[in-house]
Design a protein around this ligand. Structure first.
Ligand code: SAM
Ligand code: SF4
Length: 338
């Protein structure tokens, strides 16, 4: 049996990858409607009784940390700030032994109100998603007029010490694809670490097209019209999804998460828990393993840990995106947890 440094059994798969990073979706609901993620309306929400309770979430994270070698927990969604019990969940996870590193991926709306409480509860950092500096483009892209709220949320996160504050941007052709250098100049000025994410086929509407997408190559070419980029040593990347470049000699960096054109599946260290208690071994997996049923039938911690290990053992080698038979998962990104 393989054990982590902390002595816990680990989540290893048949390719020898060990998952130490757990992404927990706290809700599938959201107050934005980003076009690459959700339709304007008509998306079926998870039913309330199917959602894990705060106690169930904390118990599962506890099992992951104490028995399965998880070292890092990232809360996401949907929009995790919409989960009423978020601060309490963070506080309880911070009290676990060993204490995992904790971060939050959010659209930033509401952070102005909650950043200080989240920091006090034990959250280490945030990733805030912002795709454009132009309020009109923001409104078209997210179908909501909340640009100012995101900027204020970002500042509140930085002031609260939820640092380094990372900013995630997705570029879409004919909308914000020309903004890469402006976004980077703005991030450098404000001390945020910017990462571009290639658009992936995970939208609820199944409207993604490879031909139309803005690739890592396009993004880097656009950035190089204004900045000198020096690639970070491969050794420094580890299992991080972002490849990073020093901007104008550093110390500022910019990252690109090129899941489509430069997949990094061989170094993947992630396992995912959906808001309704399903384990997913990959964003693009078509299979899930039901932990909620085990939890609610009274299974002891060891049994839940065994089911989780078995699920990870079945993790596929890659996303399958390049396979002609690739089928987009039924669940959209907002319900898997991005
Ligand atoms: N609502 C939060 C937010 O927007 O940060 C957390 C959930 S969101 C699903 C997590 C991340 O996934 C965001 O950075 C978002 O831009 C990204 N995302 C959503 N749909 C995507 C897609 N089809 N391709 C690439 N990234 C996507
Ligand atoms: Fe909401 Fe995040 Fe999806 Fe945008 S990307 S619709 S903010 S869940």
């Amino acid at each position: 049996m393989i054990r982590s440094e902390g002595g816990a059994d680990v989540l290893i798969d048949t390719y020898g990858r060990v998952a130490t990073d757990l992404r927990v979706s706290l809700t599938d609901r959201c107050n934005l409607r980003c076009t690459y993620c959700m339709p304007e309306e008509g998306l079926q929400w998870l039913a309330k009784p199917d959602l894990l309770t705060d106690d169930e979430i904390v118990r599962l994270i506890g099992i992951a940390v104490t028995s399965l070698g998880i070292e890092e927990v990232r809360f996401t969604g949907g929009e995790p700030l919409l989960r009423p019990g978020l601060v309490g969940i963070v506080e309880r996870v911070a009290a676990l032994e060993p204490r995992p590193r904790m971060s939050l991926t959010t659209n930033g709306i509401g952070l102005k109100r909650t950043a200080t409480a989240l920091k006090a509860a034990g959250l280490d950092r945030v990733n805030v998603s912002l795709d454009t500096l132009r309020p009109d483009v923001f409104k078209t892209l997210t179908r909501r007029d909340r640009h100012k709220d995101v900027l204020e949320g970002l500042e509140a996160a930085r002031d609260a010490g939820l640092t380094p504050v990372k900013v995630n941007s997705v570029l879409l052709p004919d909308l914000n694809a020309d903004e890469a250098p402006d976004l980077l100049a703005w991030a450098v000025e404000h001390g945020y670490e910017l990462r571009f994410i290639e658009q992936m086929p995970l939208d609820a509407q199944h409207g993604w097209k490879r031909e139309g997408m803005v690739t890592a190559g396009d993004i880097l070419a656009s950035l190089r019209t204004r900045f000198a980029l020096t690639e970070e040593d491969a050794g420094e990347r580890g299992s991080a999804p972002a490849e990073r470049w020093l901007v104008d000699g550093g110390p500022h960096r910019v990252g690109v998460i090129a899941s489509v054109t430069r997949p990094f599946c061989a170094a993947c260290d992630r396992t995912r828990l959906t808001a309704d208690g399903q384990i997913r071994t990959c964003l693009f997996a078509r299979e899930e393993t039901d932990l909620r049923a085990a939890l609610r039938s009274g299974a002891p911690d060891e049994e839940i840990a065994r089911i989780w290990r078995l699920a990870m053992w079945g993790k596929k080698a890659g996303s399958g995106l390049d396979d002609p038979s690739f089928l987009q998962p039924d669940r959209p990104m907002s319900s898997i947890g991005g």
